[in-house]
Design a protein around this ligand. Structure first.
Ligand code: FE
Length: 369
């Protein structure tokens, strides 16, 4: 069984989707923010339940969709411990194993492109991120990269795998899908027939330009792809595509108190019960735990909850699901607004929610469910 390889053409990034054919539980490696709609559609079309979103390293050339996928699907996030991605729920060390259904993915620490970089082994396949590319390897000239370390990771860790192990790279710019350990050992022009010293000299002489979006991508990826946007926190209201607009928690509460809007809590029953809820809000789940399956009653329930002439204010955990729900409510003819930051806000550096934004953080009324 091969992994499903999905390409982001703009960044040349390869995303991989693996699953257990019996339980339909799935794991995704290096998902890209611009491709989240495609990836959600692929999961749905194949009847897969995403359990894990995993990074090979902190990317400089694209922004991950890991946090958004987690919000949409209920998946957990995992990243190499030494990559500084504090929002990832599981911090991986060398040899750690992630389970999905009866399948397992094993982490191999392969530093060099970055100090934290990992490769992942699944059945006879290795996902090498930017450590080993087809006929090439990742650069080592920024973000804690080191050519000598990369040489050791490739020759001592990856080349120690069985020669018929298939190599699935983090990028390919020439349309090739995969290679093998034996082929890279024999033919990779950066490695074959070279000594460690020759490899280090080659890497130090590359003089590549900096990735175009590096100053935007690196900080976002340290938060699993979430952009802590100071302007959004202060915004009172702003228009948006596909729904009426975004509104700050404080203004949303004013609209509720003045009777012009109904607050609709689109989180799962479990989240309201365990985390807390807003007095007077109407519960209309967008998706339900377990499995984050779409709520088949959503259309009927939200139409019943919001009388004609009133705004619908949609609140979720961090303001992601509520956008999808607001777009649907708009299609149903409602004036639907997304409440920015949600009930709990985005996770902070320690993956704790409620400390960098959200309904509770701003001191608005709530109670334990
Ligand atoms: Fe990279």
């Amino acid at each position: 069984m091969h992994p499903l390889q999905l390409l982001d053409p703009a960044s040349g990034t390869c995303t991989y989707l693996l699953h257990d054919p019996q339980t339909r539980e799935a794991l995704i490696i290096d998902p890209v923010d611009a491709q989240i709609e495609r990836d959600l559609a692929v999961l749905q079309a194949r009847g897969l339940r995403l359990c894990w979103a995993v990074e090979t390293h902190n990317h400089a050339d694209h922004i991950t969709s890991a946090a958004l996928l987690a919000e949409h699907t209920g998946a957990r996030t995992a990243a190499p411990a030494a990559c500084g991605i504090g929002t990832a729920q599981v911090q991986l060390a060398d040899g750690d194993v992630l389970h999905f259904g009866g399948e397992q993915l094993r982490a191999l620490h392969t530093p060099g492109h970055t100090a934290g970089s990992m490769s992942y082994l699944w059945r006879g396949h290795v996902f090498t991120g930017d450590t080993l590319l087809i006929g090439s390897c990742g650069r080592t000239d920024f973000q804690s990269g080191d050519a000598r370390t990369l040489w050791r990771s490739i020759t001592q860790v990856l080349f120690a795998l069985p020669p018929d192990t298939l190599v699935w790279p983090g990028h390919d710019y020439e349309g090739r899908s995969h290679s093998s350990i034996a082929a890279e050992q024999a033919h990779n022009p950066r490695l074959a027939g070279r000594s460690e010293e020759q490899f280090v000299a080659l890497m130090q002489g590359l003089h590549l330009p900096a990735p175009e979006r590096m100053y935007e991508t690196l900080p976002a990826n340290r938060h699993s792809g979430l952009r802590h946007d100071a302007a959004a926190v202060q915004a009172q209201e702003r228009s948006a595509q596909g729904y009426a607009g975004d509104v700050s928690p404080a203004l949303a509460w004013q609209w509720v108190q003045s009777g012009q809007a109904v607050l609709v809590d689109v989180r799962t029953d479990a989240e309201r019960a365990w985390v807390g809820e807003v007095p007077g809000a109407v519960a209309v789940a967008w998706k339900q735990w377990p499995g984050m399956a779409p709520n088949p009653q959503f259309d009927a329930q939200i139409q019943a909850a919001v009388p004609p002439g009133r705004k619908a204010l949609l609140l979720c955990r961090s303001g992601v699901r509520s956008i999808a729900a607001a777009q649907r409510a708009t299609a149903l003819g409602l004036e639907a607004w997304n409440v920015l930051e949600g009930f709990e806000g985005d996770p902070d550096e320690q993956a704790h929610r409620g400390r960098v934004g959200g309904w509770r953080f701003h001191g608005l009324p709530w109670r334990q469910g």
